[in-house]
Design a protein around this ligand. Structure first.
Ligand code: COA
Ligand code: AMP
Length: 633
């Protein structure tokens, strides 16, 4: 069927080089690429391999060159601290260029890695862009991760320098970063050479010179620094994400493809123009924050909002409406959990009616399944389209969406709409054949992936190939399962690995199991994500004790919960660990996690034919009832 969207989509699939060659005309290059796609070494594809550009130049300098330096680039609003500020493109470049000089003074050069472990403050954005300016590779670590996770990222990236702040603020709690960073530095085998710390007013901490220096000291002799010329295939950043084991995967992003693709999405997916105000309510520690708080809106040259707050509790369930109204936000991008939290606190939308949202045009949701109830509630309240779209850290931009800047499509509740231009999405069944419409299977994307997606994993080409590109020859395996209907709408139903989504945060149950197994009384354990009305999923731990343990169950359970908080971080939201007698397994010894999850969620399950002892399932059900876990969702 011919439509504007279909025509563009087909062109992107049938002639990707022409399509992305044209899109590449829209960004700034020191040297334009003549080779659009190198396909000679699959699955390692190279976009724009002879292009020379710079991420920061495209985010800031180009707009100043074009006479838009006095336009607002960044609005910072922190209901937690009461601080607000605005930065024009010129002001932001000035800060970035100075901090880039500071990094250079401290020995950071092109290709060096810099860890950024910071709260949602403008200095975090400055640090990211300063790295980009001098060609250093940043690796931002989410503030809700504990020292252990930070240490593993320092070790894997072999970072030269770490940038942090004295603290972050969570509702009702100050997150002291310095002790967490100190502990991570102690734990890491690799030694960083310097730490730069931004002192938050009223929360200054003591620094140990000469290794630790303040943000101000770092700037003492810093000079303005120009953008360095970077090859398109050099790396912009590493963002670690949960893998199927405790070892996180370093997703890397190459430079040229990232700029081209992200700039393209702002108009085509989100319908954002240069004069618009855009807000992504996420955290810079996640991919949504990288792509849509920082990079895409700045590449587009519009205004982006940096919000240090929560959908509820900072101070109330009207916080989102206030930001939209105060800054005349055109579109908001957030996780469904945020809307479930607002709906829970203010189901009738009493706060909403206090604000003027006349400039607001659309709401985009991603990060986890958007339940139809929440979408309908938001549509009724906001009276604007609510768009569920699907993507991953690996891709950095949406794989499927309603491309509102091309053509608005109808909503099918529960579906994340159609494949976006660039992505040839297919469903493959367990017998390795392609599924017909509405048949379930693994969701895969035909190679090559479009620009802006991950060209490899940090220092792990083999893991990239084996993990993502080997199970289905010629396809990228998304590890999501679902189906595509007769109209081409994609329905994401579940993950096929041990990843769970807690409040839109991606966590590995395997990583939590690794922590629990370290408890001296634990013989074996299983962690599963069970349905939760607010956060989508919540992890619960089932623990079997070693013989002869004489500690009481409650103490062991509390210790396990604390261990997960200490080793992974509060973001794991791990609050339930119950001691059980034994775990249900197959005859070959595999724990039947899927079956336990179904029991916990109170949905129908088939008795697994390979189960070792069916009676255990009744025991587990009883344990879950006693612990008030059954039918939680
Ligand atoms: N630094 C330190 N700790 C953090 C943190 C950060 N940046 N972000 C979250 N945490 C902590 C929280 O304080 C909480 O700790 P607690 O156990 O002491 O209460 C814990 O991690 C779990 O946080 P969260 O999952 O955010 O739950 P919450 O109950 O504090 O808040 C919501 C619930 C719905 C308000 C919140 O999850 C939210 O805003 N979700 C939106 C999701 C989102 O933006 N996802 C990004 C991907 S698009
Ligand atoms: P992350 O890498 O943290 O962005 O998490 C990616 C995973 O989140 C995907 O593989 C999906 O499992 C899930 N996800 C993201 N967006 C959606 C969506 N719109 N619907 C369902 N699941 C989603």
């Amino acid at each position: 069927m011919s439509s504007k969207f279909n025509d563009i989509y087909q062109k992107s699939i049938n002639s990707p080089e022409e399509f992305w060659g044209n899109a590449a005309q829209d960004i700034f290059w020191f040297k334009k690429p003549t080779k659009i796609l190198n396909k000679s070494n699959p699955p390692f594809y190279k976009w724009y391999e002879d292009g020379i550009t710079n991420t920061c130049y495209n985010a800031l300098d180009i707009h100043i060159d074009l006479g838009k330096g006095s336009k607002t680039a960044l609005i910072y609003d922190s209901p937690i601290t009461g601080n607000k500020s605005k930065f024009t493109y010129e002001e932001l470049r000035s800060k970035v260029s100075k901090f880039a000089g500071a990094l250079k003074d401290l020995g950071v050069n092109k290709g060096d890695r810099v860890i950024i472990y910071m709260p949602m403050i403008p200095e975090a954005v400055v640090a990211m862009l300063a790295c980009a300016r001098i060609g250093a590779i940043h690796s931002v670590v989410f503030g809700g991760f504990a020292s252990n996770e930070l240490a593993s990222r320092i070790d894997d990236s072999k970072a030269k320098l770490l940038v942090t702040a004295s603290c972050g603020f969570e509702p009702g709690r100050t997150v002291e970063y310095k002790p967490l960073v100190d502990e991570a530095i102690k734990q890491a085998q690799h030694k960083i050479s310097k730490m730069i710390l931004f002192q938050r007013k009223g929360h200054e901490v003591k620094l140990n010179a000469p290794m630790e220096i303040s943000w101000e000291e770092a700037h003492a002799n810093a000079k303005d620094t120009d953008c360095v010329e970077m090859n398109s295939n050099e790396f912009a950043y590493i963002l670690y994400t949960s893998g199927t084991t405790g070892t996180p995967k370093g997703i890397v992003r190459d430079i040229g493809g990232h700029i081209v693709a992200l700039k393209w999405t702002m108009k085509n997916i989100y319908n954002i123009d240069e004069d618009d105000i855009w807000w992504s309510a996420s955290d810079i520690g996640w991919i949504v924050g990288h792509s849509y708080i920082v990079y895409a809106p700045l590449f587009k040259g519009c205004t982006t909002v940096l919000f240090e707050g929560k959908p509820v509790g900072t101070p109330d369930a009207g916080a989102f409406w206030k930001i939209i109204s105060d800054y005349k936000v055109k579109s908001l991008f957030t996780a469904p959990t945020a809307f479930r939290a607002i709906k829970k606190e203010d189901p009738e939308g009493k706060f909403f009616s206090k604000y003027d949202l006349s400039k607001f045009e659309s709401l985009f949701l991603a990060g986890e399944r958007a339940d139809p109830d929440t979408i309908k509630w938001a549509e009724n309240l906001l009276k604007v389209p609510v768009i569920d779209h699907w993507w991953q850290t690996e891709t950095s931009w949406a794989i499927s969406s309603n491309c509102t800047g091309i053509e608005m499509m109808k909503t099918k509740y529960g579906s994340a709409c159609k494949a976006v231009p660039g992505y040839d999405v297919k469903i493959i069944k367990s017998d390795q054949t392609l599924a017909k419409p509405n048949e379930m299977g693994d969701i895969v994307v035909k190679l090559p992936l479009p620009p802006g997606t991950f060209p490899t994993l940090w220092n792990a080409d083999q893991r990239y190939k084996e993990n993502y590109m080997s199970n289905y020859e010629g396809y990228y395996q998304t590890y999501d399962a679902g189906h595509i209907d007769e109209d081409g709408y994609i329905w994401i139903m579940s993950r096929t690995d041990d990843i769970i989504n807690v409040a839109g945060h991606r966590l590995s149950t395997g990583a939590i199991e690794e922590v629990l197994s370290e408890h001296q009384s634990v013989a074996e354990c299983a962690v599963l994500g069970i349905a939760d009305k607010l956060k989508g999923q919540l992890p619960i731990g089932l623990i079997v004790l070693k013989a002869g343990v004489d500690k009481d169950n409650e103490t062991i359970s509390k210790e396990c919960i604390q261990m997960v908080r200490d080793k992974i971080g509060p973001v794991a939201a791990f609050k339930v660990a119950i001691v059980i007698k034994r775990l249900p397994k197959t005859r070959s010894g595999k724990i039947l996690r899927g079956t336990i999850r179904k029991i916990a969620d109170n949905v129908k399950y088939k008795m697994p034919p390979t189960i070792d002892d069916p009676a255990i399932l009744d025991e587990i059900k009883q344990d879950l009832i006693e612990n008030k876990i059954l039918n939680n969702g």
